[in-house]
Each structure stands twice: as C-alpha cells, then as structure tokens.
Design a protein around this ligand. Sequence first.
Ligand code: CA
Length: 223
Amino acid sequence: MRILVVEDDPDLNRQLVSALADAGYVVDKAMDGEEGCYLGETEPYDAVVLDLGLPVLDGVSVLEKWRRAGKKMPVLILTARDRWSDKVAGFDAGADDYVAKPFHMEEVLARVRALLRRSAGHATSELTCGPMVLDTKSARVTVNGTAIKLTSLEFRLLAYLMHHGGKVVSRTELVEHLYDQDFDRDSNTIEVFVGRLRKKLGVDVLHTIRGMGYCVSEPDNAN
Ligand code: CA
C-alpha cells in the first residue's frame, strides 16, 4: 500500500511519514500543494493524507484538481481545529475523512487503515483467505492460527494482494504500489518475493496467473 503525505510543516510531515512507514506502508511526501498535486496526478496512491493549509496551492484546490482529473484514491484531510468551514469545503471537494489538528498519530493511522479497507470493500481490519488471516491493525499474518514471520516487503506484498483478494494484480501494479518513487524498480524481483512468501505461508493461496500477474484466493479456487 502506497501513501502520499502532503503537509508543509516539516516536523509534522516527518512524524506522519515515519509513523506510516513504521505501520508498513510505502510513503511519498510533498511539502507544498503544487508538488503534492503533481504526485497525486502522476503516481498511483492507495490513500493520501492531505493538509488543507498549504503553500503555493491550498489543499482544497489540490483535491478538486484530483477529483476533476478522475483520481479516486481515498483522501484524509488534516484541518485546523474549530474550522468547521474547512471541513465542509474539504468534503465538498471530495475528501473521504478528516482529522483535526492537533491529533494523535494513532487516530491518523486508524483512519488511514479504515479508508484503505473500505476502498477495497472490506468491513473489518482482518482480511481472511481460507486458513490465512492478515490483521491490518497489528500487521500480523497467521495460517491456521500460527503466526508467520514476514519481512516488511513480504507483508506489503501480501497485504496489497489481500486487499484486492480474488482479483489478478499485475507485476507492474505491484511494483508501483510496493516501492516509493525513488526506488530503483525491477519487476523481476517481485517473482522472487512471491516465491519466498509462498514458501513461508506453506498453503496454496498465492497464485501466479501466467502472463497476467498474481492473485490471492482460497486453495480450492486455485488455477
Ligand atoms: Ca499547513
């Protein structure tokens, strides 16, 4: 899952980026509205944390531009406390949720989790596929109740596929959502990670669809 943080306060930007990265997301950041707007238009994000008070281009204008351009990723806006008119303007521009400043980082993380889950059509924080359960809250994976130890990249890969459970995800899409913009991307490494992940899980839930990509589905539905 790849997240964009647009926040001009350097400390807050850093805190948001590190908390989201610690939670297992790939995070890109922008310090002003213009840069944020550009990234949101050109890179595929699974969710965005967008401050409304931004230099160069304000957050509401950024959001309006994205929605006009047909960008549908869930957006969590950060608003100043007691500025109810900001919240209204944000929702009218296409925001999905908001957090008022100052906030507890845990709340931002919980709201981002909920947005990601809902946009993928899941109602709870636990995603299940046959004997495998991925808890998006604790970032834990179990198979038949036994915890599986995964690296952060393996977890991101599995979480992305689980959020899109049943659908075939191409290698290119995976690369775009698993690495940040500065990463030297090589889609061949995905195959290596999938192989390792399959071995660790030990159950047949991670399928390669030849020429198309990968898909998580229950063992019975294996291709
Ligand atoms: Ca600001």
